[in-house]
Design a protein around this ligand. Structure first.
Ligand SMILES: [Zn+2]
Length: 128
């Protein structure tokens, strides 16, 4: 398995992405005539762009090129915010990135800002 990006680099990148992600984003879907059903769900491999990566232990594994990544879901979540909705629930995340575990989804969403409580909680990009 080849780790494309080191954990340290990814943390740095992640912060930059979260900080700089378009504040006044236009509605990309309507701009491109894309409907929600056209959007491919699943975590994308950073190396070969294959979708979906598989969740194995605490990482995402690409079954095509064997790349593993701990943070590949972050891009998927940011895509979701950009293309689908400004916030996401635990259930929506599980559907979107093909996860069955609510607990895993909860852990993955820790980077994001939580609003609401328990079952009605939803998550946004920090600062929104
Ligand atoms: Zn791959």
């Amino acid at each position: 398995m080849n780790e494309v990006i080191t954990e340290k680099e990814m943390t740095k990148m992640k912060k930059t992405i979260l900080k700089n992600h378009e504040e006044n984003e236009l509605d990309i879907c309507s701009a491109y005539g894309v409907t929600r059903n056209d959007i491919m769900t699943g975590v994308r491999c950073e190396n070969c762009h294959y979708i979906p990566m598989k969740r194995i232990y605490a990482s995402w594994l690409c079954i095509k090129c064997n790349t593993s990544s701990k943070y590949a879901h972050l891009n998927a979540i940011l895509d979701y915010f950009l293309l689908i909705d400004k916030h996401i629930t635990n259930r929506e995340l599980r559907n979107f990135i093909h996860l069955s575990s609510r607990t895993t989804a909860y852990k993955l969403l820790k980077e994001f800002q939580m609003n609401g409580e328990r079952k009605s909680a939803f998550y946004c990009k920090p600062g929104q």
